[in-house]
Write a protein that binds this ligand. Structure first.
Ligand code: NAD
Length: 300
């Protein structure tokens, strides 16, 4: 930690309404002890409840966000793509991490009736929620290969946009009904929305729509205290990213060109998500934060 960061953290801590319980200098999740005084501290998401969409297995970005949120005191529900195999994989991921007995709910984000049932179940379980994480995407991998974008058929284009972008609007419509005191909505995106990344293709178009949707949602829902932001993550090895043709080349390229000279890991996305859901980001909405080792600032 450099001197300036320490000074900023100290000043944030001293001016926080919950001081001395709140302690951003705490490095051990759930230690609940102030590092200097030994008095109890609050975790960053204590008392917050919400939904995290998008766990397929223990590599999923959503899984790492979930682990980070649980460690910071949040109560979470985890909607997963319906299917026995999917459920088994999600359950196993939590069990292996020592976090058995999470609330898992089947929900196909392309189905309005599934989303309505989820809303009902969430109301019963939590009454109201404070956050929603959108960490899902889908496109037919046949067209996620360098040189294949121009061949994208209408139905493949429509499905990618529906599941990967419109789903944020559909989820937000429901979440708003159970966020009476406001809340934070965060969606995962990728640099292929801003620049043409060979192989990312129709998914890049879907991410551009997702980011624009997040801005329009932020503009409309701000008056209800609901913030909507996106995280643009650098490439991470997951089920979805492995479907993108040429992904290994992308990992190598980032290592050579990104200012930090490395790829990021999903835990770093989890930390950014904590920031966006906690009070630390209370003045931010409609933003797109890059967690990409700085890759997106480089011109050449
Ligand atoms: P992942 O495969 O682990 O997660 C994708 C999830 O989307 C899966 O859990 C899958 O079940 C879910 N999903 C797909 N269709 C669905 C539907 N109809 N209803 C409900 N869920 C559905 O991969 P990931 O990399 O963790 O992806 C999570 C998010 O992060 C995606 O939006 C992805 O585009 C984004 N992202 C990933 C990377 C990366 O390099 N891995 C980089 C930037 C952004």
């Amino acid at each position: 930690m450099d001197g300036l960061t320490v000074l900023c953290d100290i000043s944030a801590a001293l001016t926080h309404p919950a001081w001395p319980r709140y302690n951003p200098l705490r490095t051990q999740p759930n230690s609940y002890r102030h590092s200097w005084t030994g008095s109890p501290t609050m975790a960053l998401l204590d008392g917050r409840r919400g939904l995290i969409f998008g766990i397929a297995n223990d590599r999923s970005i959503a899984f790492h966000i979930g682990k980070a949120f649980l460690a910071e005191g949040a109560a979470c529900g985890f909607p997963y793509l319906p299917g026995e195999k999917n459920e088994r994989r999600v359950r196993k991921a939590f069990e292996d991490a020592g976090l058995a007995d999470q609330w898992l709910v089947p929900c196909d984000a392309s189905s309005d009736s599934d989303l309505d049932s989820l809303l009902k179940a969430t109301r019963q379980r939590f009454d109201t929620i404070d956050f929603l994480i959108h960490s899902i995407a889908f496109a037919d991998r046949t067209y996620l290969k360098p040189g294949k974008f121009a061949e994208t058929p209408r139905d493949v284009f429509g499905q990618a946009l529906d599941i990967s972008a419109y789903s944020l609007v559909a989820m937000t419509q429901r979440a708003k009904q159970i966020m009476p005191k406001g809340g934070s909505i965060v969606a995962m995106t990728y640099y292929g929305s801003e620049k043409a990344v060979p192989g990312y293709n129709v998914m890049g178009v879907a991410k551009a729509a997702l980011e624009a949707s997040a801005r329009y949602l932020a503009a409309e829902l701000g008056e209800f205290g609901i913030r909507v932001n996106t995280i643009s993550a650098g490439p991470i090895r997951t089920l979805s990213s492995m479907a993108v043709g040429g992904i290994d080349e992308i990992f190598d390229w980032v290592t050579r060109k990104a200012p930090l000279r490395r790829n990021i890991d999903a835990g770093e996305v989890g930390k950014a998500a904590i920031y966006l859901v906690s009070d630390l980001s209370s003045g931010m909405t409609g933003e797109n934060i890059h967690v990409d080792a700085g890759y997106s600032i480089v011109g050449l």
